[in-house]
Design a protein around this ligand. Structure first.
Ligand SMILES: Cc1cc2nc3c(=O)[nH]c(=O)nc-3n(C[C@H](O)[C@H](O)[C@H](O)COP(=O)(O)O)c2cc1C
Length: 194
């Protein structure tokens, strides 16, 4: 397969997974995700990312902290999904269980003095991680809801001096998620090329 075809396939076939099999993720696969995350571009090449990989019982114990993030995102869920309340219930269930994910990556940055660039650098790393996971048959879900309870999460993980950008659940998918269509594609780009 041509390189572009491979890239297109992995980008388009990656989905957000919210249901996982009761099967641990191999350490080597988690290591590969982290390795490829760190090949992302970063502002001023600061490589300011910092990852905490949590699995098994330790992750299960963290769920009662993470789930508190749901209350913070509820008003926006109600605004955006007023016509599809099922999505709100599904999100609640996901926050309360993490979909049975056997592992999660807590993606942080070490502040460099420019939060805007720091967040973008870590976000680029997260996307690399999601694509790498997908290429290895793993499912992931990028979650920012838990960031609302960052202080509690940091306390539980004994993390200081870092800013949480997202939590990424990782595991073998238990379901095939629907493909959310890309909306108004033509309205989201203006070509000024003459
Ligand atoms: C910055 C960001 C934050 C997100 N936060 C959440 C979250 O807190 N909970 C969740 O279930 N999904 C979250 N998602 C996943 C999106 O809901 C998902 O990407 C979107 O519905 C499109 O589906 P797809 O990833 O399968 O293409 C987040 C995605 C991004 C990029």
């Amino acid at each position: 397969m041509e390189l572009l075809e491979c890239v297109e396939k992995v980008i388009k076939e990656r989905r957000s997974h919210r249901f996982y099999l009761d099967k641990p993720v191999e350490r080597e696969k988690l290591e590969k995700m982290i390795e490829l995350a760190m090949w992302a571009p970063s502002a001023m090449n600061r490589q300011q990312w910092f990852f905490v990989v949590v699995a098994g019982e330790r992750l299960k114990r963290l769920i009662n902290v993470i789930e508190k993030g749901y209350e913070y995102i509820l008003p926006r869920l109600q605004m955006f999904f007023a016509e599809t309340p099922k999505v709100i219930d599904q999100t609640k269930r996901f926050f309360k269980s993490l979909g049975n994910a056997p592992a999660a990556v807590f993606a942080y940055y070490t502040p460099t003095g420019d939060d805007y660039s720091d967040v973008q650098s870590v976000s680029a790393a997260i996307q690399n991680m999601l694509l790498a996971a997908h290429a290895m048959g793993l499912g992931t879900c990028w979650m920012t809801g838990p960031v609302h309870v960052e202080d509690e999460i940091n306390k539980a993980l004994d993390i200081e001096g870092k800013k949480l950008v997202a939590v990424v659940t990782v595991g073998y998918p238990a379901k095939k998620p629907p493909v959310p269509p890309r909306r108004d594609v033509e309205k989201k780009v203006v070509w000024m090329v003459d």
